[in-house]
Design a protein around this ligand. Sequence first.
Ligand code: PLP
Length: 365
Amino acid sequence: QSQDRVFNFAAGPATLPEIVLKKAESEVYNWRGSGMSVMEMSHRGKEFLSIIQKAESDLRTLLQIPSDYAVLFLQGGATTQFAAIPLNLCTPDDPVDFIVTGSWGDKAFKEATKYCKPSVIWSGKSDKYTKIPSFDDLQQNPHAKYLHICANETIHGVEFKNYPIPNNKESLLIADMSSNFCSKPVDVSKFGLIYAGAQKNVGPSGVTIVIIRKDLIGNAQEITPVMLDYKIHAENNSLYNTPPCYGIYMCGLVFEDLLAQGGLVEVEKKNMKKAQILYDTIDQSNGFYRCPVEKSVRSLMNVPFTLEKSELEAEFIKEAAKEKMVQLKGHRSVGGMRASIYNAMPLAGVEKLVAFMKEFQARHG
Ligand code: PLP
């Protein structure tokens, strides 16, 4: 990567591939001979239509999205989906089940209480969100409309490695994939709906992607705001109102880059390698560094860790920043450190971090 760039371990908005930023830079005044920036284009003009259609088609290729699923490019972040999902899929009396493996799942649950009758059927809170439940032990409500999971908890670093199956034929699996979207292949057909904010793995903030089985669209509660109604967005190909045009364009460039890397099988291999050298460094530090998350469910994307000598944490973060490794402070709710190593974090960034960790330990261990 360029000398003037830092290695940015932020959880989101997060680092983007340099190749994508350079491409955007080269097109910023004049997109492909149009004489305009994508920021200045009509969202109904042929230029922008070609951009959004290509973005959708490349995402479909990447995730092998079946044709009976719609892809929506929305706004309002994943947080808006916490409300939109129950509003679109439930009546106010419908029960739904939540598995809560971290703060985001908890927020999604709390928002849903306004629009349907959710229950938490499993919570990792008493273990400080370091576990994923065994699916055999889940007590699902046989009448639940859906089972909601957060596929990767960004703050706690807990990731589902496989997925629970809802216990009745009509029930749906729904996943917040904000922080591991497009980091590995996913069998979309197992889900009723997948949603993700773009600002971790696939673009800038301001774009939220929803992938929904088409037959689920069209049942929104009457009070649903027009901007939250999937039917409105699906019928208008995400162009009911002015979409986040530039953000969608950037996502499109990221999708092109992921395809050029060989698709999500290759991307996952790189992510596994990065995560492994970082977890190995933590686990082989004789307790100097610790990751509290159960080994089998550690996230490939967000790696939280603490120092045995917690009084050294501020120094660790400060010294790392001096060496151009930034945003390593853990979320304010859990403390410690967190290295987010999304798709766009180069292997060189993780190698530099682990070299620094070893050197820091040699000085302070
Ligand atoms: N879900 C997860 C897993 C997240 O990591 C985040 C944000 O960091 C959110 C939801 C909320 O997303 P947004 O800020 O886009 O509303």
